[in-house]
Design a protein around this ligand. Sequence first.
Ligand code: FAD
Length: 461
Amino acid sequence: MKTIVVIGGGITGLSAMHEFRKWREATGAAVRLLLIEASVQIGGKIQTVRHQQFVMETGADSIVARKMNDMDVIAELGLEDDVVYNTTGRSFIYAAGHLKPIPDDAVFGIPASMESLAKSTLVSAEGKVAALKDLYTKNETFTKDDSVGAFLEYFLGSELVEKQIAPVLSGVYSGNLNELTIASTLPFLIDYKEQYGSIIKGLEANKQKFRIGEKKFFSLKNGLGSLIDAFQASLTKELLLNTKVRRINKNNGRYRVHLDNQDMIEADYVVLSIPHTAAEPILDDPRLTEQFSGLKSNSLISVYVGFDVPDSVLPADGTGFITATTDELFCSACTWTSRKWEHTSKSGNLLVRLFYKSSHPSYASIKNLDHDDLLKVALSDIEKGLGITAEPVVNEITDWSGQMPIYSITHPKIVYALESIMADVFPGMILAGCSYYGVGISDCMKNGADSARKIIDLLKD
Ligand code: FAD
């Protein structure tokens, strides 16, 4: 009987196991399946902490609704009645001591009409005049490989970019706009400039595509952790928890998977659904190591704070704010979780989540703080940003140092090289997960299932 080992019980590995199990049930194939997870619990970057009043997600909090493919799995696991959608609302930018709304009709902070530009409270009259250059200046030099920051600044002016666009766009793409290409962010902008003569007019003409304000994300009423619990319930005896894989060697056409408890498991096929930094020492191959070193990750600290204060103290309609990196707050963003996700606060009391990202200039000064000092920084940000001075009733801090993959311009080339080296050196073993094929939960679920199908195809041969 062939043995298939999945290493890493995050959403990618769990989705691979789910696909293998479905195939085995449908075909009656005689294979042994095993999932090995280093931690005491599965889920990886999806973990829900349930407090008597609040539901908090230490990592991911939602799934992009547009990618409906995931819903098959949600239904297969019997969770469709638990699906909840985000409340839509207004986002603010914290600037010069105030919360100012991101104007209506803006796409990633870029005005999508002249009215949107005119009504912005984030930019001065001079900044608005500077942005009019977009209407009468043709693009003669920029290509999709140029920096999106330089492109936007050239046509829309530095003030609009710095105060309104960069806070939104660099949050979405986790990086400095001057280091991100147009191709890897908003490639359609250069087409709009060509076709409509103006970025603003191009966005206005294509507004429907961006469907501003719609319910875009879903979660589960008891937290995303219930997705993980449902996967776990289906695994029964095929799960080894609290067991770290430390090395994999080839042996007579099979793999020897060495565990940190000194045990060894022989496998015919392996899905390695762990971050690339964890895969590198396990495989310990110089050609792979060279490629792995080109993959990059950022850091993030997530801080939840809950209060015995109704969330109606917050500006009506709002769901959170982001900060410009030039201001005095340490956080990059603050989500009003109890507003955005009703299921996270049973009493309607205020639960907020602050994100401290390594792309923020002040991250270096807070990244090594202990729990109590980090909480003080968060409470000070909450006081400055929201004017709330109440004592918190709960907090939950999670440090995701080096755990947020960022896909640089060379990413696709590196993944391609890794695939061909793996096929050569470790046939039947597949790299999977957020380090390579997309960081979103839906991307990881799809990649987990695709990886399983590749192995199933090999088994059929
Ligand atoms: P992981 O979740 O990292 O799982 C890998 C698993 O492998 C872990 O359980 C780990 O313990 C295990 N492992 C590691 N080494 C070994 C070893 N040697 N032996 C055995 N096991 C090992 N995505 C969204 O779509 N929506 C969001 O709202 C969202 N928000 C996010 C917020 C945060 C703070 C973070 C950190 C991520 C967020 N993401 C979000 C991204 C998404 O959560 C991840 O990309 C995804 O969950 C990664 O799944 P994975 O299975 O590939 O990897």
